[in-house]
Structure formats: structure tokens, C-alpha cells
Design a protein around this ligand. Structure first.
Ligand SMILES: [Cu+2]
Length: 156
């Protein structure tokens, strides 16, 4: 059975840990060694919209998508084919949020919307753009665009 002193001590510890947790949360913005997830949170918080794209049989599903300028958009790519694919949005310039993107295809620059996936693997990118318009996206692997790996992204 808990005596009054023990109870007070327990409550005191609880309050102390609450205070510590709160100050840790508030102090986070001054740290430069945060994980990627925290960096993403500091820059833009949770994505405003998540778009799931699957790659199968040399097709994007969906093959049309619309995003809103200024919103934080996360695109998750699931490659269900036994070959590597990527998704490049041609001509669109973006600002990446966090470092979830995997844009290691030849010639890629930081402001390109490109997600690369190995066979049967996933990729993801989180970004914002203010560049309204309609852009073609496609897979840059040889022959894949011609085979039908093409779609359209509209920024409104
Ligand atoms: Cu492909």
C-alpha cells in the first residue's frame, strides 16, 4: 500500500518527466543532428497529401495525379515488377522535404522529382512545388516509356 509520501513522490516524478518531455520538444528546433524524420517535421510537418503509385507490368497506377502548389506531397512508389523502374516528372522543379527521396539516377539534380526503385522494392519522396502546370512523368529505363510507362501530373 502506498503511503502519502510515496504517492507524492510518484506524482512528482511524473510531473518532472512531463516537463522534461515538453522542454525536449521545444528545444528540438535548435538541434542540427536530428534524424531525417525530425528534419522533415521541422520543415513541413506531416505531408498534406500522400499519393501511392504502383508499378506493374510496365505501367504506372494511377497514371494521372494532381497535386496542389505549396502543399507537402509524399509520393510512395511500390515496384511490383521484377525489374528496376523509376518515375521522373519531366520539367517539374521541386523542393524536397526531408531526405526520403532516392534520386540516384544519372543526371538527377536535387530539384528534380524522381524516384528510383529496384525490382520489387519501394521508393518514396516528399516535396513541395509552386510550379503550376501539367507535366509528363515516365520511367527513364531504356524502352520503358515507349512500352507505356508514362503518365501525367498536374500541379494546380
Ligand atoms: Cu521502368
Amino acid at each position: 500500500m502506498l503511503g502519502k509520501k510515496t504517492l507524492a513522490w510518484t506524482i512528482g516524478l511524473g510531473l518532472l518527466s512531463l516537463v522534461l518531455a515538453a522542454s525536449a520538444a521545444c528545444g528540438g528546433s535548435s538541434q542540427s543532428t536530428d534524424s531525417n524524420g525530425d528534419a522533415a517535421l521541422q520543415e513541413g510537418g506531416e505531408p498534406d497529401v500522400v499519393i501511392d503509385v504502383s508499378l506493374k507490368n510496365l505501367r504506372f497506377t494511377p497514371n494521372t495525379m494532381q497535386v496542389t502548389a505549396g502543399q507537402t506531397v509524399q509520393v510512395n512508389v511500390t515496384n511490383m515488377d521484377g525489374t528496376e523502374h523509376d518515375m521522373l516528372v519531366d520539367g517539374l522543379r521541386i523542393v524536397k522535404v526531408g531526405e526520403a527521396g532516392d534520386g540516384h539516377h544519372a543526371g538527377a539534380t536535387a530539384d528534380m522529382l524522381v524516384v528510383h526503385t529496384m525490382a520489387n522494392e519501394n521508393g518514396s519522396i516528399t516535396f513541395r512545388t509552386d510550379q503550376r502546370g501539367t507535366y509528363q512523368f515516365y520511367c527513364t529505363l531504356p524502352g520503358h516509356k515507349a512500352a507505356g510507362m508514362v503518365g501525367e501530373m498536374t500541379v494546380v
